[in-house]
Design a protein. Structure first.
Length: 222
């Protein structure tokens, strides 16, 4: 699967954590911030870094954003800067724009000027924590998930041409297939639940889940 290209605007605590996670997951990342010290701190976790005022449309325009899959505006406290950046990104043709907002009113405004998604971190974390604290099963799920990985795999090699039943990933590698997106578009743009007789074709994307060891063993054999 082709790595996503992500522009991160603002390298505060949220932006830095986002860059670190994206870098670990193999995304191509570009970071920009007006503070040279902030940019210097994340140079080893980004494909490219720039020092500049991202509220200036000329600065964003100079980045040639046509190859960007998604831009994230991380400003949480400076609402005016968020609006200016979001609107400039929309004008420059960025299709997916994620922005932060502390309130629902500000979220509505950001959507109106071009944000395709608005993240209200405090609310989302509060809901998540409430679910974890309110349900005993949530803790069990967290423990169960620890040490497991969910990864997309672009089909190639010896498994191409085999059915899922013949590939028998569960028995051979202790891996399960959560879904598949066919390279020829026959399953649509979203992952579909595959049947055992589904034939793996080169370029198909299979979403795999297994322990860290199982996934690593599969990747080495691929």
């Amino acid at each position: 699967m082709k790595a996503r290209r992500v522009l991160v605007i603002g390298v505060g605590r949220f932006g830095e954590a986002l860059l670190e996670t994206l870098w670990r997951e193999g995304a191509e990342t570009i970071a920009i911030d007006a503070d040279p010290a902030q940019v210097q701190r994340v140079k080893d976790r980004a494909s490219a870094t720039f020092v500049g005022d991202a509220t200036d449309p000329r600065v964003l325009g100079a980045l040639e954003l046509g190859h960007i899959d998604v831009a994230v505006v991380t400003f949480g406290e400076d609402f005016e800067a968020s609006v200016l950046c979001t609107n400039s990104l929309k004008t420059l043709g960025v299709k997916e724009i994620v922005a932060r907002a502390p309130t629902e009113r500000q979220a509505q405004i950001l959507r109106a000027v071009g944000a395709s998604r608005v993240v209200q971190i405090e609310q989302e974390m509060g809901r998540r924590l409430g679910s974890e604290l309110g349900l005993e099963v949530a803790a069990d799920l967290i423990d169960f998930a620890h040490g497991y990985r969910v990864v997309p795999w672009a089909a190639n090699g010896q498994l191409v041409g085999k059915t899922l039943a013949d590939a028998d990933l569960r028995k051979r590698y202790e891996i399960n297939v959560l879904g598949v997106r066919a390279a020829d578009g026959s399953t649509g743009t979203k992952l579909a639940l595959p049947r055992p007789d589904y034939v793996i074709r080169k370029g198909d994307t299979l979403m795999l889940v297994g322990t860290e060891d199982a996934i690593s063993r599969f990747e080495r054999s691929d």
